[in-house]
Design a protein around this ligand. Sequence first.
Ligand SMILES: Nc1nc2c(c(=O)[nH]1)N[C@H]1C(S)=C(S)[C@@H](COP(=O)(O)OP(=O)(O)OC[C@H]3O[C@@H](n4cnc5c(=O)[nH]c(N)nc54)[C@H](O)[C@@H]3O)O[C@H]1N2
Ligand SMILES: Nc1nc2c(c(=O)[nH]1)N[C@H]1C(S)=C(S)[C@@H](COP(=O)(O)OP(=O)(O)OC[C@H]3O[C@@H](n4cnc5c(=O)[nH]c(N)nc54)[C@H](O)[C@@H]3O)O[C@H]1N2
Ligand code: SF4
Ligand SMILES: [Mo]
Length: 702
Amino acid sequence: MKSALLTLLKEQPSSHCCFCSMQCGLEIMPSEKTSGLTIKPSPNFPVATSRLCQKGLNALDHVLHADRILEPLSRELGEPRWWRTVSWDQAFADIAERIQGLQATYGPDVIGVYGGGSLTNEVSYLLGKFTRVALRSKYIDYNGRYCMSSAAAASNQAFGIDRGMTMPLTEIPNAKYLILAGTNIAECQPTMMPYLLEAKKKGAVIVTIDPRNTMTSKVADIHVRLQPGFDSVFINGLLHVMVEEKLVHNRFIEERTVGFEQLKEAVKPFTPERVEELTGVLEAVIRTIARGFAKAETGIVLTARGLEQQVNGVENTLNYINLALITGKIGRKGCGYGAVTGQANGQGGREHGQKADQLPGYRLIEDPAAREHVAKVWGIDPSELPGKGVSAYELLQKIDEGEIKALIVLGSNPLVSSPNNRMVERALQKLDLLVVVDMFETETARYAHYLLPGSSFAEAEGTMTNLEGRVFHRQKAMELPGNSRLDFHIICQLADALGRGAYFQYAGIEDVFRELAAATAGGKADYSGITYERLQEEKGIFWPCPAPNHPGTPLLFENHFNHSDGKARLFGIQPKMPAEPIDSDYPFVLTTGRLANHYLSGVQTRRTEALNKKAPVPVAEIHPWLAKRIGLGMDNKVRLTSRRGSLIFDVKVTEGIQPRTVFVPFHWGDEHSINVLTNDALDPTSRMPEFKICAVKVERVE
Ligand SMILES: Nc1nc2c(c(=O)[nH]1)N[C@H]1C(S)=C(S)[C@@H](COP(=O)(O)OP(=O)(O)OC[C@H]3O[C@@H](n4cnc5c(=O)[nH]c(N)nc54)[C@H](O)[C@@H]3O)O[C@H]1N2
Ligand SMILES: Nc1nc2c(c(=O)[nH]1)N[C@H]1C(S)=C(S)[C@@H](COP(=O)(O)OP(=O)(O)OC[C@H]3O[C@@H](n4cnc5c(=O)[nH]c(N)nc54)[C@H](O)[C@@H]3O)O[C@H]1N2
Ligand code: SF4
Ligand SMILES: [Mo]
């Protein structure tokens, strides 16, 4: 495969890293390495210019890996379970026939689609259109539900629009005070660190809020080591001090927000003394942070999955947004709020219709005007569009319950990444048809009837939208290996096999973008002024960009928010308990998250030697107090048990974790998959699972 790729490689092509939302620019070059190729940071992309982290530097390893699926494969479940190579035509014909058979018996909604946030805007858009137009099913959702949906819901509620960051990264060095909560930037968006360090060099104060001491908290002036689940209590303490000491920005509140009375009422009981009692964070620290942030001339609040992946994730996020709003720190230089997006195209992936309730441009599928607009672009009658479906985890539950009998997965590995994943394993085995489009035989694909070889980032041209809301063009850098195909073509060809090809006629990917842009016109995430031509000339355009001569919108909310009255909404938050509080049977909190050298379900990074050797297995982090309590000796392991399962892990004893909390990364499957233990309780609004909190028992294993 290597030689085939090499001969087809263009001259020094450029691309963007496939992993996180920074989307650093890279160049692929010939090298002495055994693969014959290497990656260098690009000096041409304006974000994190000339920087790549370890993952980016090694991003070709999985692309060139011997495990890549190079032919369409099929098999029957039951014994014997081996894959057969099939032609693409045969695969499409068989899959279409089985889908049509199931739909004839059970109706169109018998099939679901499960997408991903690594896919280009074009492929995300096509997946949504494919589900509604080719399958005519209401059931589509994607892994972004696990990822940013709480921040998305909170931003929509507070601001009337959801663009992760309200300002470009270049505003970070202009901030005098930075609050970073539940976001481990140093390991998760490493090339963002220089923006923070520049702010620090210019005198900014940095506060981190996390149950662990992280690589990020190392650069903080104040680190608040909070037990998971206490963010809203703590923030109410900050808001209380700001209100009590009259540190709020009255004019901003008066002119640009609604809801301050309700907020004041909610935070009244949260005196710093009481918050100290509840959280263990000293009263003096609470006052210092509240005064410091409120009085600073400029400031930015950044949050991520730490406080979002909870049943109270939307409310937690709203409370952090309150901080920026009542101090007037938004819509001007050096100010803003940012939910730090996770996946490569986490931002664009949640705008163009692969969410259960959504049509392109962040339109709602239940809104008659939105249906009319999009149906017109798609050449169908609005009445043909299905209604809204259900969230990712609920879609998997519907498989377990038997309502959904066929599933297409493109760009995700839900067997590893879903909470309570024994349920998912059980559900996948019940499917009459599972089609997985991936580069590898993922854990999920073990239960597939068809495994179709899709494209990697290096092979697929398209647009992406980074964590700032900057839309940019990623060029094709390599030819496809073997008999694999572009995701874009796979979707259109399957639509054709289903007899709906007339709606999926595109001369090329740019054609798909043109249609996407038209479909978003007038929507919240308006891309209608963006063209491939403009993206070649400019280094990305920030949406909203509603006209060909519109420059894009790097800084949001300078004059108005996106609610119809132009005002932002403040919310009074009454902190609530997690779904599964600790008790005498399960006395410790399990929280989960990421390591610098692995990515998500690990499909790509576990196949990258340079990364995998730094973290070949998951290691549970526990505090010395807990180690002593369970009598942990040298060479012992720990058994972690929740109400859903029990697994054994290697252990690292560290002062850098809240004493009652255990941390385990989630990048592995099978006996190393921490999602066997996690809780599948969902936030009532965002339907995001509580990955960050469940109650566990911790025991020593000889
Ligand atoms: N190396 C690497 N980088 C990645 C990824 C990866 O898998 N690996 N994934 C990408 C994706 S998709 C995403 S979504 C982002 C995620 O980026 P982050 O959200 O920054 O990553 P996490 O490790 O999930 O969680 C962040 C922190 O939240 C803390 N935390 C846990 N519970 C709480 C709580 O109750 N309150 C607070 N305040 N903090 C809490 C954890 O200790 C952890 O340090 O990273 C992206 N970048
Ligand atoms: N316990 C716990 N669980 C979590 C989290 C947590 O913090 N704790 N975080 C959650 C979060 S934030 C996320 S984002 C999810 C993500 O979890 P998953 O959705 O499982 O994410 P990935 O591992 O990136 O899976 C992507 C799959 O798509 C394939 N792929 C990548 N790019 C392409 C492409 O362009 N085309 C095709 N066809 N395939 C492609 C990869 O090979 C891989 O198999 O995990 C969630 N699960
Ligand atoms: S910071 Fe993110 S986008 Fe940049 S190289 Fe690292 S993983 Fe890739
Ligand atoms: Mo994510």
